[in-house]
Write a protein that binds this ligand. Structure first.
Ligand SMILES: [Fe+2]
Length: 178
């Protein structure tokens, strides 16, 4: 592939991600509102702030490339957000609702991890060190968010709804004595 072709593809991919991130900035407050546990609610709100930073990093890249970030609509993210809002509106309660939201949010993160991995590799091929640095920083935050979501999900499995860890422990001990 010629460099000019790769550059065009790089810009197109960045526009797609820009659309994805701006859609996510609108969706995350709704997911935070739907979350039951404070931990998940706060996790979504923290990621909202990070996501605003991801939008800014992309804008910095577009400025350097002298390109506009708009002009593409990321249908993939639209679908993922639609699934997330379905999870938020389904009749699950408590941990089940949070688990459904985490499932949707992790799909979003994996999609973004794939997209950022691709554009970072393209930036490296183009010798664009500034873009590599910015895209790698966002990629790390997406991966960290995915791990945080997994940790919250793990805790839910261990700790049933409405029970303190002590209560869950004594319940387990009782079960072991029987
Ligand atoms: Fe992001």
């Amino acid at each position: 592939m010629e460099q000019s072709e790769l550059m065009q593809l790089f810009v197109d991919e960045l526009k797609d991600i820009y659309s994805a991130e701006t859609q996510l900035v609108k969706a995350l407050p709704k997911m935070a509102k739907a979350a039951v546990s404070d931990e998940l609610k706060n996790g979504f709100l923290e990621h909202l702030e990070e996501t605003k930073g991801h939008v800014e990093r992309l804008e910095q890249i577009f400025t350097v490339l002298e390109e506009k970030p708009t002009g593409k609509h990321c249908a993939g993210m639209e679908g993922l957000i639609k699934e997330g809002s379905e999870a938020a509106h389904e009749t699950y309660e408590g941990n089940a609702k949070d688990a459904a939201l985490i499932g949707a949010a992790q799909r979003v993160e994996h999609y973004e991890i794939a997209a950022y991995g691709t554009v970072r590799a393209m930036a490296a091929k183009l010798g664009d060190d500034n873009s590599v640095r910015l895209l790698a920083a966002t990629l790390k935050e997406e991966k960290d968010t995915d791990v945080k979501l997994s940790n919250i999900a793990d805790k839910m499995v261990i700790k049933p709804d409405g029970q303190s860890e002590e209560a869950a422990d004594s319940r387990k001990k009782k079960a072991a004595n029987v």
